[in-house]
Design a protein around this ligand. Structure first.
Ligand SMILES: [Fe+2]
Length: 286
């Protein structure tokens, strides 16, 4: 049976991709952020996942405002990146796991999630940058199942809905008969706002509150409406929805084993966490 080993969440701002391309790993501005991945590399080398389910939001490369699904699940054997216009190199492709994707899709629909199924799907920097941060080498040792959550075009799914989505994915993973070591990834955030009067807004207190609650009691965060999250975390801080879904997919006793937080990277509060998914199921009905 598949085993959910844990999760990683990280910021995905495009400037990180440019800094990687320019090899600024030890640059004084960037070191506090990149240094947060030393533990991630150790953890991944120890845990050796086979597959990563990646919750992220597309920024216009695959979905645009004319057609924007609330939840979309990739079911391709390969996911390509293309030039997104951020001045970052086009990434190499990432291998998919269509059989696992279809298992998750079937389980989600059975759980009454009306998702969009994508047998052809471009993945943007919200997937490729976290992949490069986690595995900076020449090859990626995992296949992925990308799950896109709309954090762009209102109305957005609620914090509660995204936590439930993650829990449904977690139950699907637990019922997958193949012996795979599965990790779950949530990308984006934390607090930031790119435009308007509050451009540059970050909120360290709210970010800390979210991270403090996420591992042990994520349900308390479902009390925040989307408007609350925009108010507290900024218009683009709603990318935290991807973190909620990641946490939902961790079905066991969850322990935060690593956290790094640094303000600012570009105009974003940058954060990285690692969760371990221990024994002791805490399954909840979706
Ligand atoms: Fe983003």
């Amino acid at each position: 049976m598949a085993k959910i080993i844990g999760g990683v969440a990280t910021t995905h701002v495009p400037a990180i991709g440019k800094a990687i391309a320019d090899k600024k790993f030890n640059d004084p501005y960037w070191r506090p952020f990149f240094g947060g991945f030393d533990y991630v590399h150790y953890w991944l080398a120890r845990e050796k996942p086979d597959v990563a389910v990646v919750f992220y939001n597309d920024h216009g490369l695959n979905f645009f405002l004319d057609k924007l699904p609330t939840f979309a699940v990739g079911a391709a054997s390969e996911y390509r990146n293309e030039d997104e216009g951020w001045g970052i190199p086009v990434s190499r492709s990432i291998a998919g796991d269509p059989a696992l994707s279809w298992h998750i899709i079937n389980a989600l629909v059975a759980d009454e999630f009306d998702i969009t199924m994508c047998q052809d799907m471009l993945i943007d920097h919200a997937v490729t940058i976290p992949m490069t941060l986690m595995w900076p080498g020449e090859k990626w040792p995992v296949k992925i199942v990308p799950i896109s959550i709309n954090t762009v075009q209102h109305p957005l799914p609620s914090m509660k809905r995204c936590l439930k989505l993650g829990r449904s994915v977690g139950r699907a993973l637990e019922s997958y008969p193949q012996d795979l070591r599965v990790m779950v990834v949530g990308t984006g955030g934390l607090s930031h706002q790119l435009d308007g009067k509050r451009a540059g807004f970050v909120n360290k207190e709210f970010d800390s509150l979210c991270m403090d609650a996420l591992a042990g009691d994520p349900d308390t965060l479902t009390l925040y409406s989307i408007h609350d999250v925009v108010e507290e975390a900024g218009a683009q801080g709603v990318e935290f929805l991807n973190w909620m879904a990641m946490r939902g997919a961790l079905t066991g006793r969850v322990t935060e084993v690593h956290r790094n937080y640094h303000i600012p990277i570009s105009n974003t509060a940058a954060a990285t966490v690692v969760y371990e998914n221990g024994d002791g199921a805490e399954r909840r009905a979706a």
